[in-house]
Design a protein around this ligand. Sequence first.
Ligand code: GLN
Length: 560
Amino acid sequence: MTTKYIFVTGGVVSSVGKGVSVASIGRILKSRGISVAVMKLDPYLNVDPGTMSPYQHGEVFVTKDGGETDLDLGHYERFIDIEVTRSSNLTAGQVYLSLITKERRGDFLGGTIQAVSHVTNEIKGRIRDLAEESQADVVVVEVGGTVGDIEGQPFLEAIRQMRNEVGRENVFYVHLTLLPYISATGELKTKPTQHSVKELRSFGIQPDAILCRSDYPVSDAIREKVSLFCDVPKDAVIPLLTVDTIYKVPLILEDWGLGDLLVRALELNAGRRDMRDWSAMVEMMGSLKGKLPIALVGKYVELQDSYISVKEALKHAGLYHGQEIDVQWIHAEEVEEKGPDSLLSSACGIVVPGGFGSRGVDGMIKTARYARENRIPYLGLCLGLQVMVVEYARNVLNLKGAGSCEIDPECEDPVVDIMPEQRSVTDKGGTMRLGAYPCRLVEGTLAHRAYGTLEVYERHRHRFELNNAYRESLGNAGLRASGLSPDGRLVEISEVEGHPYMLGVQFHPEFLSRPNRAHPLVREFIGAAMETLREGDQPSLPLGQEEVPVRHQASADGEE
Ligand code: GLN
């Protein structure tokens, strides 16, 4: 079957949910038995987001093959339940790097390298490579940024050309816009959408469907207006109301008929749609009990997108337990200044996520100490493991000069040191230990019980590791290595013996979590947090014949 393409562009403003919409389109197609590949085109000039500050870009999503990619790929994986590769994220930086490398090699001898057709050919080539590589029925391509951005132009030109190349019947353009609400008159405005479609048309692209993001219900009259001015059939003007959980979006798009529309327009060979599991899951999300406070102590907490996979993984684990999670965003530097007692006193569980550089690290070390001493469940992700090791060495092993070489290369006891193969690395881009590596679990440990298996693959992004010179003394003091690389050289998981749940991992389990398949380590962490009572939380003694509520107990043997 010929590959079909759906191109999704954005208009008016950014951050109105293009990534989630693309992920949702993927979900609704997959639910009809159609295979999908997904791709994000990022018009910025960095080769990948790995060298950008999370403040600029949010989380760096790591693919199994070690790609450092846009966080939207996380949405794709979670919604469609697929594993993408680095081929699913193309930046302008990659396009130019590839072209200039070819030019220097002499591939274009005698020629002038131009935006059209060299740049556009490179972009189209990469989209078609993904189609080839994945053999998917449909490739859904998200164009980053909004229509009108200067750097987005070659990408729009490339997706315009694609239609002619692969056949009009094989391409569908979706445009996502925002309908702003004017409170004074109480109305939604379509003008920015009209302008944005006009802009899109100036590139030769006429949308086949328009998704209208809105904070207020979109009336029929508004849909008609968009239909009239933008020349899109009314049933292809789809309101996308702001919702309490992003996981509702596939259901909303389905309800408005987007799935049928795509199947019809692209003449897809589709089975009957089946969103029952997804609906049931979303329904469960609406009936969760209580709010379990989980503190996330990091250095980029002002921008929650920096930890989006962690946040989602916590929610997925909460869903498993029927428990709503209240993530408390706590700045590591604030813990440094004010101490952990006041900031962490209500948290039933603490997560210290990944990070780079020294800012906030002292606050994280204090956080780890607080969790250990107060027996509060703790999950350390990469840097979160490393600070846990430093804290343990300082305060249990009594090595007062213990530290991480990332923070202090001269520290007396480098319990966290640079990996030997990283010593000679000088380039910063794409050179960390990246992607999925195997990890062997030590029988009888918390990690082993959680996973219920002896070998797992987890995704990594780091340069530092637990220094093996201290592995034995830390182990003897109760910080046990419970997961190792198959050659035994690298400690992948450490856990504190005798603590309800204090575990750190050198990898990023958050990338593997799915809404309907919580990650075992996060699931058990939330299970332990649910058992944690903070001061003032003690339930009153049951009186008379009243039934004592039984808490849903996390299974410890790894069964879901
Ligand atoms: N900065 C640490 C390292 O490179 C931790 C990395 C991370 O948290 N992803 O090892």
